[in-house]
Design a protein around this ligand. Structure first.
Ligand SMILES: C[S@@+](CC[C@H](N)C(=O)[O-])C[C@H]1O[C@@H](n2cnc3c(N)ncnc32)[C@H](O)[C@@H]1O
Length: 281
């Protein structure tokens, strides 16, 4: 927990504070146990999980905004991609691309990735940002970062090994852009979000991965629930970015998520496969 400064102002805002208490997660609706039962009876069939999850529309907790309304130059910035993110936990390309476009658009100079895995996103960030941009990757896997090791970009990426905690990050922060993508259970995401807010430079931006996942019943992902409660508890406008699995919070002048929240237009979360929207030929 931080201590407050005496005279906070827009230029010198009070540091982020959290009492360390994780609030209860939002209650699940009454029909969810039936869905879970069906899923277990199917021997944890992934396709059934995806199908049933598409009915859990209440989980779209955050207001959704178009990427170009929250990330500068989103529609025009160019990203170079050589190798593709690979591996079981690699971030899908549309999401990686959006994170990289955020770093380009916001001209972020200090970037932190919380949960880095092979380092594919860190490498793409390095490949698409100027030489004076530095990247820190935090992961409890001591071998994380194989995607950029031995490349010319390695010198701009600092690996931090350990579990997500402020003392590991304090010597390096604050950061202009933080990408949160480690554990996805409710308590972890809430805690990691608090760490991200604590480590964020004034005028910075935070992105979270796996805000929307199309399989919920396997039980591993509570990012939507955690971000919803983090937004309420910390009084921060966290939004989702349409067409991606990203959550976003921004204090960047002119690109604040608090302002963009007013433009959130109730994104279309319908499923074209089940809603009869696909033209039958
Ligand atoms: C989904 S992967 C990250 C993918 C990566 N962001 C990318 O774009 O390719 C999650 C990573 O978070 C790490 N992780 C999970 N829980 C963690 C924790 N509490 N502290 C630090 N690292 C953690 C795992 O070791 C794993 O490498």
């Amino acid at each position: 927990m931080n201590t407050a400064t005496s005279n906070p102002s827009p230029e010198h805002p009070a540091p982020f504070e959290w009492d360390g208490v994780i609030p209860a997660r939002p209650e699940d609706p009454a029909h969810l146990p039936i869905f879970k039962l069906l899923y277990r009876a199917s021997r944890r069939n992934q396709a059934l999980d995806c199908f049933l999850t598409s009915f859990l529309k209440y989980r779209h907790y955050l207001p959704a905004v178009a990427a170009e309304t929250i990330i500068p130059d989103f529609a025009t910035s160019q990203v170079t991609i050589r190798d593709l993110p690979r591996g079981l936990w690699a971030t899908p390309l549309v999401d990686t691309l959006s994170v990289v476009k955020a770093a380009i658009g916001f001209k972020s100079k200090k970037i932190l990735e919380i949960g880095s895995y092979k380092g594919s996103t860190a490498r793409l960030l390095a490949e698409n940002t100027p030489e004076d941009t530095r990247i820190w990757t935090l992961d409890m896997d001591p071998n994380h970062g194989e995607a950029y090791r031995g490349t010319p970009h390695e010198s701009r990426i600092e690996r931090i090994i350990g579990k997500v905690e402020n003392p590991l990050l304090d010597p390096h922060g604050p950061f202009d852009l933080i990408f949160v993508d480690a554990d996805h259970d409710y308590e972890s995401v809430f805690h990691h979000s608090a760490v991200a807010f604590r480590q964020l430079a004034p005028g910075g931006v935070i992105l979270w991965h796996d805000y929307q996942q199309n399989n919920y019943l396997h039980g591993g992902c509570a990012v939507p629930e955690a971000l919803y409660m983090a937004a309420r508890t910390f009084r921060k406008d966290i939004l989702s970015i349409e067409g991606t699995m990203l959550g976003v919070y921004s204090e960047v002048p002119g690109w604040e998520s608090a302002t963009a929240a007013g433009r959130a237009d109730g994104a279309d979360h319908s499923n074209p496969w089940t809603d009869g929207k696909i033209r039958r030929i």
